[in-house]
Design a protein around this ligand. Structure first.
Ligand code: ATP
Length: 520
């Protein structure tokens, strides 16, 4: 267990370093020390991110004739966030240590404390395995060992109290739990805590130049509300009626208290959300449809063993069913995408506060109705991280009598930042000119790169590290018969192709159509 965790920790550190070293993700304002939980995307990262967006947009908007895209502003009337419940309820419990001045999420402090009891149980199991060897019966051991039972009891007790305090939004109970658990600040080592209080995750600023007149506005914490407030505009301009969807990709901002795990939890991030408006009573059928289709979308570019569904037993105040698609990140299996049946909560709330009817005329019922909504919501940055973690591959390869390590990013070609790299074998004999000619043929359709520095082997390695699926080498034979060597990233196989066939060959491999026609 400990070894496995250690490997996973190492793997995560490697992915984070790789992302920086090869131009995928940099800490924001790094020359000034970096801004916590804010990141910039480098040349390869920006290209990968764009390809993920295109993949999502094609699957959601282009492939569904009843789904359209919009691009709403980040700033919205602050009444939007009153109606949606964010002003009153988008909170996390927060506690400060008075000595270190460090701020924590109270529930996370308690969960980290619970993890210590779990670690004690794991240690007992390791000891048991050592002692009893092949005769070790783990189930029996867990059910009877007094140390295990004591620690299990502690976990159950603390979890129960935490759950109740969160449900009741009882901050005093949360503080009491921190005291009863004797939790010390990891930085100062003291137990000198402030009261636990609710902390609203929305950032706010002022709109308007004249002091006093300026209105408070929030940076949107989700893109969904931009869709709800445009429900009528879209219906009126597209003539769509339920079932239909509105999709959007855009930035969202949350002042997360615990910002860790790289781009998994950021303060500025992007969401790809779609709200599907349906006739009341049909929502569960559409919920199942989207639950199924969204997982299939992930599986087309990822390995099946990395994804699971996690049904929510307790749903948010606005939902009557909710499921997460979770991904096995190296630091744990965590939410990647949420599919929520949001009922008519949002439209009804906006209808009440704005006084505008947010309804459609249902011809079967012969009356105006507020539709129900199924939402699919995936973080673009989290998707990026899942794709990066899934692609990071280290393997041993035989090279004569030596064994070498090879690291590469096994992106699906449709997502790879660069589709093909073009190399002249040498810098002599007119090969660079010929290679430039090949590049000219390809660059209008694909993102390609040209390299002539270093030996071919080194150039292959550099492209492997950024996940380029094809390397194309122009050699002396090219000058005679206009064929090139194509080397495939994953198999490292090489074969010759006429230059005239390259567009078609690469086009099929990276085509969203080839990928998405399997999305059924
Ligand atoms: N701080 C964040 N950084 C990056 N992505 C995020 C962040 N918060 C949410 N997301 C992404 O947006 C999606 C939808 O947001 P939603 O409000 O359902 O998340 P959430 O349940 O609050 O997430 P979590 O429980 O991880 O905070 C999430 O599935 C996730 O992919």
């Amino acid at each position: 267990m400990a070894n496995k965790d250690q490997n996973q920790d190492n793997l995560f550190q490697k992915v984070v370093s790789h992302a920086k070293e090869y131009g995928f993700v940099f800490p924001s304002s790094e020359i000034y020390g970096g801004l916590q939980a804010v990141y910039d995307y480098g040349s390869n990262g920006a290209a990968l991110k764009k390809n993920i967006k295109d993949y999502w947009w094609a699957a959601m908007v282009q492939m569904h004739e009843n789904i359209v895209g919009i691009d709403a502003a980040i700033f919205m009337d602050s009444q939007v966030w009153k109606a949606s419940g964010h002003v009153d309820a988008f909170n996390d419990p927060l506690v400060d240590n008075k000595d270190s001045k460090k701020r924590y999420r109270a529930d996370v402090l308690i969960e980290d404390h619970i993890a210590k009891y779990q670690a004690k149980i794991d240690k007992e199991v390791t000891k048991g395995k050592k002692k009893f060897g092949d005769g070790f019966d783990e189930v029996q051991f867990l059910a009877t060992n007094p140390n295990v039972l004591r620690n299990k009891g502690k976990i159950e007790e603390i979890e129960g109290r935490l759950k109740k305090a969160l449900e009741d939004e009882d901050m005093a109970a949360m503080k009491q739990l921190i005291e009863d658990c004797d939790i010390a600040c990891p930085i100062s080592g003291t137990k000198n805590w402030t009261e636990v209080r609710q902390f609203n995750l929305m950032f706010n600023t002022e709109l308007g130049a004249v002091a006093g007149d300026a209105a408070k506005v929030y940076l949107r914490p989700e893109t969904a509300q931009g869709i709800f407030v445009n429900f009528l505009n879209v219906m009126n301009t597209t003539r769509l009626r339920p079932p239909f969807g509105i999709a959007q990709i855009g930035k969202a901002f949350r002042n997360e208290i615990v910002a860790r795990q790289f781009i998994f939890r950021m303060r500025e991030f992007e969401q790809m959300e779609m709200q599907y408006f349906v006739k009341p009573g049909t929502e569960m059928q559409w919920y199942e449809y989207w639950k199924d289709l969204r997982l299939k979308w992930h599986l087309l570019v990822g390995s099946e063993e990395n994804y699971i569904y996690h049904d929510h037993l307790k749903t948010a105040h606005y939902a009557n069913a909710a499921v997460d698609i979770e991904f096995k990140f190296p630091f744990g299996t965590k939410e990647l995408e949420g599919i929520h049946s949001r009922t008519d909560f949002d439209l009804t709330a906006h209808q009440e506060l704005s006084g505008k009817k947010l309804q459609y005329f249902d011809t079967e019922l012969n009356k105006n109705v507020v539709p129900y909504v199924i939402e699919t919501s995936v973080g673009l940055d989290r998707m990026f991280l899942s794709v990066l973690c899934g692609a990071y591959t280290e393997e041993k390869i035989e090279d004569g009598d030596k064994t070498k390590e090879r690291t590469y990013l096994k992106f699906h070609p449709a997502l790879a930042p660069i589709k093909a790299a073009i190399f002249p074998l040498t810098k002599k004999d007119g090969l660079p000119d010929k290679a430039r000619e090949v590049m000219e043929e390809l660059k209008y359709d694909f993102t390609v790169s040209y390299e002539e520095k270093d030996a071919i082997g080194k150039r292959y390695t550099r492209q492997d590290l950024i996940g380029t699926p094809f390397c194309i080498t122009v050699d002396h034979q090219t000058l005679e018969d206009n064929t090139v060597t194509v080397r495939e990233r994953d198999t490292m196989e090489q074969f010759r192709l006429p230059v005239s066939e390259l567009n078609k060959f690469i086009g099929e491999k990276v085509s969203l159509k080839e990928l998405l026609k399997n999305l059924k």
